[in-house]
Write a protein that binds this ligand. Sequence first.
Ligand code: HEM
Length: 409
Amino acid sequence: MRNLSRVTRVEHDMTNPAAAPVNNTMTIAELTQNPYSIYKKLRSESPVLKISAIGRTMLTKAADTRYVKMNPELFSSDDPNTPMERAFQAKTLMRRDGEDHSRLRTAMMPAMSPQSVKHSWADRISDIADTYIDKLPAGQTIDFFTAFAGPFSARCVAEVLGIPKASDDDIQRWSQALIDGAGNFGGLPEPFVRAEKANTEINACIADAVIQCKDTDLRNALAVQINAENPIEMEHIISNIKIAIGGGINEPRDALMTVIYGLLTNPDQKEAVLGSKELWGQVFEEAVRWVAPIQVSSRLVKQDTTIRGFYIPAGDVVMTVQASANHDEEFYENGHLFNVFRKTNRHQGFGSGPHFCMGTHLSRKMLADVALPKLFDRFPNMRLPNPETVVWSGFGFRGPLNLPLQLNQ
Ligand code: HEM
């Protein structure tokens, strides 16, 4: 296995590089349903491939996806062709580069740093987990998605962002509407209408929350931004909160369900994890590697370049497929299998480079330190009687759409 940290650029020196091959048959429906078998084939046969259906050049090898994200001067996040700006009614920090990006990121980071997660949020997250676990009906079969994973993620993120008055349902609905709008490449009217409604409601919610947070010593994301010594502009504070709503609910929700599915379908691993109590961190990272909640990212090519010997012209958009990178045979043995005992797991599920996920520490606290140990303490014999009924779906974002669990008494 290669050490990913040492990999920089994988390229053949060619004076007249060929254009990347083009695939005109692959559909978004296929990628949504069963992407991993497609990526396996692409990694071995065509790791740089322009896909007509998405209008982007897909990169499926781990060295290439990391290389692109680590070189923002050449591969910009400012892709003008995405519907994200319309969906969020803002150009968010995810679509900015350099100083412009880091100014907005730095403004919100104090609420999500490891110290802040430990000192400001750990106890609150623990209380939320207790409350939501107490609501679970012992002895019955539940859909874990709606009974715990969704509401728990929504409540934790609402508190950390400083909009605790928003209900779990509202937060989840807003998040989905923003994501659907941002992924609405076909320009359908309905997702934009939903995103617009969500924006109106979020704006009202934030306006009210600003009054509660102004001139307080609260440490939530809204408070640290508005009470900063040199605050960034209000429109950016609002778009920072929106990007965390759009990017902070589905991912912990889906990672939590993936862990539970992974452990309950691998009883030997579950037994070892419950016996040791020290493996929850590894378990969480393995779930994020195995089924990356954010599967792909896009970057705009700023100058003509080559990747693996293929000519990639300025103006093209490359799509880094971290889902595929995380299964790359060069770095992972049997990457398609859930295995909490992997010796090394330098996955790209949280991204790489300047846009590395801001919610990484928060998610680790929410799931590895709090929710998972508490859930398995209370329900050590929970069962997934029919794993084949779990429906996995998603191309941009991926996770189970349901998780029917039978809880012990
Ligand atoms: C298991 C949980 C999570 C996963 C797997 C995840 C994954 C990611 C990935 C892959 C990116 C980079 C996207 C890119 O390069 O274009 C990202 C960015 C981001 N994430 Fe997360 N995320 C998670 C949880 C969260 C949470 C809980 C929050 C906040 C409440 C959050 C906030 C953000 C923000 C604000 C960014 C943009 C950072 C920037 O552009 O500088 N994430 N996330």
